[in-house]
Design a protein around this ligand. Sequence first.
Ligand code: PHE
Length: 330
Amino acid sequence: MKEWYDAIKEAQSVEKLEEIRISVFGKKGVLAAEFAKMKSAPNDQKAQIAKDLNTHKSSLMNEFTARKITLQTLQLQEAMKAESIDVSLFTSKSQAGALHPVMETMDRIVEYFTAMNFAVKTGNMVEDDFNNFEALNLPKYHPARDMQDTFYFKDEMLLRTHTSPVQIRTMMNTKPPIRMIAPGAVFRRDYDLTHTPMFHQVEGLLVDDEGKVSFANLKYILEDFLKYMFGDIEVRFRPSFFPFTEPSAEVDISCVFCKGEGCRVCSHTGWLEVLGCGIVDPNVFKAVKYKNVSGYAFGLGVERFAMLIHQIGDLRSLFEGDIKLLEQFQ
Ligand code: PHE
């Protein structure tokens, strides 16, 4: 029997072990033969022989099981080694997609304001005169309409020139308080280095009880936001005019190119204009039938942010689908 114990222990493969199993335990195997021989042994020895044979049978079975597990584990380890991937091997360059710099910038802006609990609202790109102008304190023939070169359709319909109509639509169907931003595409008849007929704005509006919202609140959040977007910069508020806010301001950041020293991009002023904002004009609240409230609003151009963040010189290049340009933003 010893030779069979050795054979099992020394089997080098699962296949070899299987052959041994058949030779030992099979119908025509050694154990079967030994049991057969037993029949011709003297009667008084039969019981002892059977007992011995059964003991061998179970010990051999234990050896067999143990060896089988060892061999299977080895086989698995070898297979895993053979099938593993060599990550250091050279492969051809893959064509991974990436977010367009405008969308990426938009996402970051939205991320900031949603973290500050502003809800995201959308409106219509085709607007009417009331929402885009009239309700924003821009009556017909008001000279300030010239600030925005509008694409008109028939019947006083137009392509929205800013995201401010979303303020109006939101106030018309929601009770105050309001804390919202409206990201989206807007349209103006303009085309040069820094203007395209379609671009993106993010509008912000906060409305609460009368006397609760101050210019200080507006200044705080915009400063914090601009530092989030541009890092270590200076922020200044400059008095300005918008028909829908009073007082109004334009917000500048210290030039991200020359750090305020003065360069071509900032026309040697050291400052870059990035936002319009102000305290909501009472006439706007009147138009949406809000009473005893106060609020602030702001609006910004996403392309301008993207150009400053990524140092892109010509705004038009963002819309030409030039793969060489876009590949730089992966
Ligand atoms: N709607 C203004 C524009 O497009 C931006 C703005 C929004 C200014 C809200 C003040 C308040 O120029």
